[in-house]
Design a protein around this ligand. Structure first.
Ligand code: ATP
Ligand code: MG
Length: 588
């Protein structure tokens, strides 16, 4: 029935002396039976004014999310509301201990340490029961008879209300008056409880905000730490990737074939074979059209292998007549034939501990082939005119642009020798079949030519590159090398345009396959020889072909010098003075 009345009337209803005792728990439960609830009920106007103040306090509480502000406001408001002499806001610690968060006296001065004296037991009782505890005179209250502190402090009027939040009780508002009894009106209990609930909400919000702030700060610190870590890891990943790349490259090919430019599938296959053979003693036959890099590969086999510190002795088998070739290869003793005025060490002996490179092996005369086979079988050589055999120790690498197997069928090459020299074959495809290597090769030659000229490397234009890509390259990499070198010399120094690329018209866009011999080739070669006074090296250079190719063509076309010795001894030892000590003859 009381609940159906308006609030003001409810109050009047309960203040009637007969009903007071029967009042339910809300404000009275903690009040001991027989103890008066305190001051007489307030007149309605006073209560209305208090309610108004209470509302203003709620608004004030809600205006802040700072815990310290809320606690201070709560304390001031509670003292104001109850006209208590002293007030304490007590908060429960994590261990359940009560801590004085704020303490004030009636003059709103902070209560000094020595005065922080309140009844723990009364506050704890309110918290445990989650209900207000009120006493009109603690000295006479049977509930506190046993509590020494209550008597020691001479407490009289005390009110403690729990600060209840949805998460549990946070603490208590504790107000007292040490000098007067019955200080608190029953209305104060209601108001204070409502107020404490509001304080709980404000505190809870403030704590959440505080927590949020702290977490934001923590998260920001964590974010920065992770960012730092990631930055470090990114750098580490970069470094590792680089290392992996370097190791991969190193693993890809066990040896550095740096001089051989190009990474297309054809060359990769060549590198893979090289990897397998370089440090074995097996004989290798390198085949491919003229200018494909056979000699380059032969040198790579030598310089990447275990014999690299030994000599690399090369000889072009197409360049010499049989007798001269024989004597170059196997040596002779003084007086072995007319003109043999001293002993001469053959290349097979000079190559001891190193590599013997027989270029244009397909052109080797059959009688020389027979002698070579013997040397390979017996691993010793008997120089021309000598009765004594000399031990030989060389690795054999040969090159040819002929199909040696087909030559054996024609009887022009010994089959038994073929199987001795071609234990492993490395086939170099023509440049037109591996145009993917062309840009890299072109750039390589641009840089090299510029370096030789002592100039900065000009830029190779796209148009120039496109033009290079359309050419048939019958002269293969050597032809490309020559075209690029010429372009570097003739361009404006900054850029190689398409006009700087000088490609012979007849061959441009050229068909597949090796160049056909032009009908006037014989005349052209003769003219070149005449022009250079039969200096074959110079004539070959002028004609844009290797010395070997040049000699081969001379032989094919049956061109011979009318009379007198050849202008050049076309072996690796050609730079040597004819009278030099033959034992010092070393290749590169
Ligand atoms: N892959 C390559 N990378 C760099 N230079 C190369 C490459 N292939 C060939 N060359 C260069 O091209 C020129 C011709 O190469 P090389 O003399 O090895 O060819 P070859 O096959 O022996 O020719 P020939 O049959 O005419 O004797 C050389 O100057 C060589 O350095
Ligand atoms: Mg060669």
């Amino acid at each position: 029935m009381a609940r159906s009345l308006p609030e003001a009337l409810q109050h009047a209803f309960w203040t009637h002396p007969r009903r007071r005792a029967a009042r339910p728990a809300q404000a009275n439960a903690a009040t001991p039976p027989g103890a008066a609830a305190g001051r007489e009920a307030q007149p309605a106007t006073e209560r209305a004014a208090k309610l108004e103040r209470l509302l203003a306090m709620f608004r004030k509480l809600n205006s802040s999310v700072e815990i310290a502000d809320i606690l201070a406001m709560a304390m001031d408001a509670a003292i104001d509301l109850t006209a208590a002499e002293r007030g304490f806001v007590l908060l429960e610690q994590t261990g359940g201990e009560l801590r004085v968060a704020v303490a004030r006296n009636v003059d709103r001065e902070k209560v000094g340490r020595s005065h922080l004296k309140f009844s723990y037991s009364i506050a704890e009782r309110a918290i445990a029961a989650q209900e207000p505890v009120v006493t009109v005179d603690a000295q006479d209250d049977p509930r506190f008879r046993e509590h020494a502190s209550v008597h020691a402090m001479r407490l009289r009027s005390v009110i403690a209300v729990p600060i209840r939040s949805p998460d549990g009780v946070l603490g208590a508002l504790y107000l007292d008056n040490r000098f007067r009894r019955a200080r608190f009106a029953p209305d104060d209990v209601d108001l204070l409880l409502a107020f404490a609930d509001q304080v709980a909400l404000a505190l809870r919000n403030a704590r959440l905000v505080d927590d949020l702030r702290r977490r934001t700060v923590e998260l920001e610190a964590e974010r920065r730490r992770v960012e730092e870590l990631l930055r470090g890891q990114a750098a580490e990943i970069d470094r590792l990737q680089e290392e992996v790349l370097v190791r991969q490259q190193a693993l890809e090919h066990r040896y550095d074939y740096g001089a051989i430019v190009g990474r297309g599938p054809a060359l990769r296959a060549v590198f893979a074979t090289l990897d397998r053979v370089v440090d074995t003693p097996v004989s290798v036959l390198v085949t491919g059209e003229s200018g494909t890099g056979k000699e380059l590969v032969a040198r790579a086999i030598h310089f990447a292998g275990p014999r690299k510190s030994g000599p690399f002795m090369g000889i072009n088998c197409a360049a010499l007549p049989a007798s001269l070739l024989e004597s170059e290869l196997f040596g002779h003793v003084r007086g072995a034939f007319t003109g043999a005025d001293r002993d001469r060490t053959g290349l097979v002996v000079a190559a001891r501990g190193g590599t013997l490179f027989l270029d244009e092996l397909g052109e080797m005369p059959l009688e020389v082939q027979a002698k070579l086979l013997r040397v390979l079988q017996e691993r010793e050589v008997r120089p021309v005119g000598s009765a004594e055999a000399v031990r030989v120790d060389f690795r054999l690498v040969c090159a040819t642009n002929r199909d040696l197997l087909a030559e054996t069928a024609r009887g022009r090459f010994r089959e038994d020798l073929y199987y001795r020299v071609a234990v492993v074959q490395i086939r170099l495809p023509p440049l037109r079949d591996r145009l993917e290597d062309l840009p890299e090769l072109a750039l390589h030659f641009v840089r090299r030519a510029a370096e030789q000229l002592g100039r900065p490397a000009p830029q190779l234009s796209r148009e120039a590159l496109r033009r290079l890509g359309q050419h048939g390259w019958p002269g293969n990499v050597r032809e490309l090398e020559n075209v690029i070198t010429k372009a570097v010399v003739l361009c404006d120094g900054r850029r190689i345009g398409s006009d700087d690329v000088d490609l012979p018209r007849a061959r441009e866009g050229g068909g597949r396959g090796a160049p056909r011999a032009l009908p006037d080739e014989r005349a052209a070669l003769l003219a070149a020889l005449e022009r250079t006074g039969w200096n074959a090296l110079q004539a070959a250079r002028d004609a844009g072909m290797s010395r070997a190719t040049f000699y081969r063509k001379l032989r094919r076309l049956g061109i011979q010098r009318p009379a007198g010795p050849p202008a050049e001894r076309p072996t690796e030892r050609s730079a040597e003075p004819p009278s030099g000590d033959p034992t010092s003859a070393r290749g590169d």
